[in-house]
Design a protein around this ligand. Structure first.
Ligand code: ADP
Ligand code: MG
Length: 322
């Protein structure tokens, strides 16, 4: 079991940011309204994610670290209508197999449990304070996989990936209060007020947020809403585009092209606007089970969505509107 966890870790846990992403996904799935992420040395020394969600039942604490033990999917049918961010049941065992991990949880705010694993082996199982929610602390990531450790970039680069990931979560879930700190310095703090524009302002600055235009539209299959930045603020990278499908951040080149096309000649060649698009659709129309990172999806009716997005953007950013 330990070996297969380590193999899975190679796919799921590429770098500190992947650990952060998986732990925050779990916190979101647990219905948390507040999630605090604290990292030290770009996540290489430690990563801690604290939430106020549902917690893990104490009699299921060990099981959460065995492979494919997910509480989120009961049948094959569920796999095609995924509503949670996690569903593969491999994040916790994978992360635990390549780090020293401590998890404390209190499912009903009454009794708490604590479990410590080193390289996937349980070291201790004790009581913890009765504080509603879950805290996971991951230390010395890749300490037992030196080859992986060597491949990591500088603290600065790893922190950049972590920060980007939390920014996406905050845009995907404006209703959750996120706080990210690095070596005690606060990098992002959102209020959880549900106001997407407020989150965009915190991430991209007041100036950029002021130039944004709100849009919304729907067809029988899709609802889209979000903010499209001014062409004056256009950037040379696609990474300023954020697509959120039913609360999940995903990458999509076809949709990036649709946004770009909607601006017609307003954008300089090769530039992208800052833009955040929330798409709501029936889970059956999207396949998330494409890659362990869950960043890629396959969409039915992609052309229809592309068209809707392009026309909607054109509606708020056209020559006359400038
Ligand atoms: P998955 O998210 O795919 O189900 P994970 O390995 O990420 O698998 O987590 C295993 C299980 O542990 C989850 O199904 C969930 O029941 C539980 N769990 C993990 N983290 C949390 C958390 N922060 N709050 C509540 N439950 C959690
Ligand atoms: Mg998970």
């Amino acid at each position: 079991a330990s070996l297969s966890n380590k193999i899975a870790a190679g796919e799921v846990v590429e770098r500190p940011a992947s650990v952060v992403k998986e732990l925050v996904e779990n916190a979101v799935d647990a219905g948390s309204t507040k999630i605090r992420i604290a990292v030290a040395e770009g996540g290489l020394q430690s990563i801690s994610v604290l939430d106020n969600g549902a917690g893990i039942r104490l009699d299921e604490l060990e099981a959460a670290f065995s492979r494919h033990a997910t509480s989120k999917i009961q049948s094959d049918r569920d796999l095609f209508r995924i509503r949670t961010l996690g569903f593969r049941g491999e994040a916790l065992p994978s992360i635990a197999s390549v780090s020293r991990l401590t998890l404390m949880t209190s499912p009903d705010g009454a009794e708490g449990g604590k479990i410590v694993l080193h390289g996937g082996e349980i070291q201790s199982r004790t009581q913890s304070p009765p504080k509603q929610g879950t805290e996971v602390i991951v230390e010395d990531l890749f300490y037992n996989t030196p080859a992986r450790l060597k491949y990591l970039k500088t603290i600065h680069t790893e922190l950049g990936h972590i920060s980007d990931s939390i920014n996406r979560f905050a845009m995907a879930h404006p209703e959750i209060a996120f706080e990210l700190t690095h070596d005690e310095r606060t990098l992002l703090k959102t209020s959880g007020s549900s106001k997407l524009l407020q989150v965009l302002q915190q991430i991209y600055g007041l100036q950029a947020a002021r130039g944004m235009r709100r849009f919304e539209a729907e067809t029988d299959d899709f609802t889209i809403e979000g903010y499209a930045g001014s062409p004056v603020d256009a950037r040379a990278s696609r990474s300023y585009l954020t697509f959120v499908f039913n609360g999940r951040y995903v990458r999509s080149i076809p949709l990036a092209k649709a946004v770009q096309a909607g601006y017609d000649q307003l954008l300089p060649i090769g530039k992208y606007p800052i833009c955040c698009v929330h798409v709501t659709l029936h889970p059956l129309l999207m396949d998330v089970n494409v890659h362990p990172s869950k960043l890629e999806i396959r969409l039915s009716k992609e052309k229809e969505l592309q068209h809707l997005l392009e026309e909607t953007i054109r509606g708020v950013w056209n020559k006359e509107a400038v």
